[in-house]
Design a protein around this ligand. Structure first.
Ligand code: CA
Ligand code: CA
Ligand code: CA
Length: 151
């Protein structure tokens, strides 16, 4: 099993705490689980040439890691499922479930309330991030279509 540098550091810290006191093990596991629950999602990085949507606020930090990225328009999210952090199918529809977005596609992209690019909508410029769609016109848990202006 390969550990990331951060995970290896946690293991080392846990081992040190355990060595310091018999009660240290319980303390160490509490520390480790607290860190894990607030850690960034493995999928919170959005790679170039994609628009990334997330089911949770703040790019899924502290939320179930349901996400999906797009390289072209999608007129209706009803036939799209969220992916899990490990790229497997969550079998959970992403329609009316988007809570945050990162845009790395190279141009603006618009989230629409209804399928077919209608209703309330919000546009996100290239290289922008919005971790909280509650205060946008498209709002939280309402997006049903994505229009990528250059695709
Ligand atoms: Ca679709
Ligand atoms: Ca916002
Ligand atoms: Ca909708």
């Amino acid at each position: 099993m390969r550990l990331s540098r951060k995970a290896a550091g946690l293991v080392t810290a846990a081992a040190m705490l355990t060595a310091l006191a018999p009660a240290g093990a319980a303390v160490a596991s509490t520390v480790a689980s607290t860190v894990a629950s607030t850690a960034a999602s493995p999928r919170s990085t959005c790679y170039g040439g994609r628009v990334c949507l997330y089911a949770g606020f703040d790019f899924n930090r502290g939320h179930a890691d349901l996400w999906r990225d797009f390289i072209q328009d999608d007129a209706d999210f009803a036939d799209n499922n969220w992916l899990n952090w490990d790229f497997t199918n969550s079998w959970h529809s992403m329609n009316n479930e988007t809570s945050s977005i990162r845009n790395r596609i190279g141009c603006s992209a618009t989230l629409w309330q209804h399928p077919g690019y209608t209703g309330a909508h919000s546009t996100f410029t290239h290289d922008s991030n919005d971790g909280f769609l509650v205060n946008n016109a498209v709002s939280n848990n309402r997006a049903s279509a994505l229009d990528i202006w250059c695709r």
